[in-house]
Design a protein around this ligand. Structure first.
Ligand SMILES: Nc1nc2c(ncn2[C@@H]2O[C@H](COP(=O)(O)OP(=O)(O)O)[C@@H](O)[C@H]2O)c(=O)[nH]1
Ligand SMILES: Nc1ncnc2c1ncn2[C@@H]1O[C@H](COP(=O)(O)OP(=O)(O)O)[C@@H](O)[C@H]1O
Length: 216
């Protein structure tokens, strides 16, 4: 029997480092690589950035196509972020979890609220930058957004951060290696919890005790 995968959410203000952390977590040499893992590829109506590929970083779609998917109830969750739509395909997530794959959703706080309602067992993680100044440095250092976009993201960062208490875990991404270790520990801890539950469900201990009784 396949044990279903675990679902994780990572939320953060834009530029805090969540894509970098997920990428490092999914590397074959990562300390979390004992189980298959995938990051969910969202649908978005925003334009691709240089170097972003359709189907790999996002499924880039028109507003009309996105709205048609909303009408078809195709999204596990969706939200409007920075004036664009973003959403997670329900069918894709369900298929991955059913195959025993751990799935990571890189979504905003609005999406996290929707997923929590549907799947209370989800593990939610908030990635915080060490400071406002450092967040701005990282957004600028990434070199992919205009000054106007950076200003709007800094404004939105405040709103995103105000929801940090809704998350199971908070990681401050100051030293990258420490943040990655924290993330890896959370992921492996959740897997251990699931294994413990399945041991309890199979009532292994009561079977062992039964045998002891028979011997006595
Ligand atoms: N609710 C929701 N948010 C998403 C989804 N995909 C991405 N986001 C969020 O949208 C925001 C902007 O993402 P993006 O345009 O890639 O910018 P970046 O976070 O600066 O790289 C981030 O907070 C993402 O976590 C999704 O499927 N659903
Ligand atoms: N701990 C860190 N220290 C310094 N720079 C970092 C750290 N984590 C990420 N970065 C850099 O910050 C920028 C934004 O990171 P990214 O992963 O794209 O953020 P997000 O996905 O949250 O928008 C990238 O240039 C990345 O290399």
């Amino acid at each position: 029997m396949i044990v279903p995968g675990n679902l994780f959410i990572l939320s953060a203000p834009s530029g805090a480092g969540k894509s970098s952390l997920i990428k490092a977590l999914l590397k074959p040499e990562s300390l979390a690589s004992a189980r298959p893992m995938q990051v969910s590829v969202s649908h978005t109506t925003r334009d691709p950035r240089p170097g972003e590929n359709n189907g790999e970083h996002y499924h880039f779609v028109s507003v009309e196509a996105f709205k048609a998917q909303i009408a078809n109830n195709a999204f596990y969750e969706y939200a409007e972020v920075f004036g664009n739509y973003y959403g997670t395909s329900e069918a894709a997530i369900d298929a991955q979890l059913a195959q025993g794959i751990d799935v990571f959703l890189d979504i905003d706080w609005q999406g996290a609220q929707q997923v929590r309602m549907k799947k209370p067992s989800v593990t939610t993680i908030f990635i915080s930058p060490p400071s406002k100044e450092e967040l701005e440095n990282r957004l600028r250092g990434r070199g992919q957004d205009s000054e106007e976009v950076i200003a709007s993201r800094m404004e939105q960062a405040q709103a995103e951060c105000s929801h940090y208490k809704e998350f199971d875990y908070i990681i401050v991404n100051d030293d990258f290696d420490q943040a990655l270790l924290d993330l890896t520990t959370i992921v492996n801890n959740q897997r251990l919890k699931c294994r413990q539950q399945s041991i309890a469900q199979q009532a292994l201990f009561s079977k062992l005790l039964e045998n002891d009784h028979k011997k006595a």
